[in-house]
Design a protein around this ligand. Sequence first.
Ligand code: PMM
Length: 266
Amino acid sequence: MGILNVTPDSFSDGGAFLDTQVAIDHARQMLAAGATIIDVGGESTRPGAERVGLAEEVERVIPIVAALAADGVTVSVDTMRAQVACAALEAGARIINDVSGGLADPDMLGVVAQSRADFVLMHWRDHSTRFQATAHYDDVVAEVLGELLAQRDRALEAGLDSQRIILDPGLGFSKNWDHNWTLLRHLSEFQGLGHRVLVGASRKAFLGELLGGREPLGRDGATAAVSFWAALHDVWAVRTHDVTGQADAIAVARRLDREAPFRNGA
Ligand code: PMM
């Protein structure tokens, strides 16, 4: 899943793709590099980010969704707002990626339930301005799994079909660095929940911390290592800025996982 952030303030690519044509060209490059889904987002969720207005979010996202969907691209829309989801579905989006998993907007689950779209339901506790204050756990794996299942149950009650729900541990969202590593180490427990799983580690701060404070653009190698790990756990998708690196990492994981005849020389 290639990330297309049409925001002025995302942590690694903020401002780069605000122009519609530049954004569409970037999406095409990601597709050529092996992405099969483009995730379009008009609101930054980096720690501390203030919320964008509804009209502004619609204006940033919908023209791009419409253009890509008209070209047959599988478009996902990264939004916490039911009205944005509704407009995006009308414009042809096939996946709604709600980092709040339906908690931020009371109308979200109803809107998605009425559509045929898939729903990425991420573990979430609160908005970006309160990430630090809500990153406390006695047992991060048990609590994230439990809260994610409670969010999933709300989605089922709203009428979403189980097959349409994709679960995401929400790396970096109300998690400290150690929490992210622990969740990744226990990825098989997320895989065991009976839903497709998505992992979003791309260029995140816990990788920067591991690498001695390296800036976001220097974190793609570490992101590929996480993608390799995710692929070995058979996750459904990784959400990424650097599609080429992740496609290579996934190809290696798949090749290692598969018995194939030994090829000597030519
Ligand atoms: N992370 C970000 C934004 N959207 N969506 C899902 N499903 N999972 C994530 O981990 C996730 C997300 C923040 O990263 P960005 O600013 O690079 O988009």
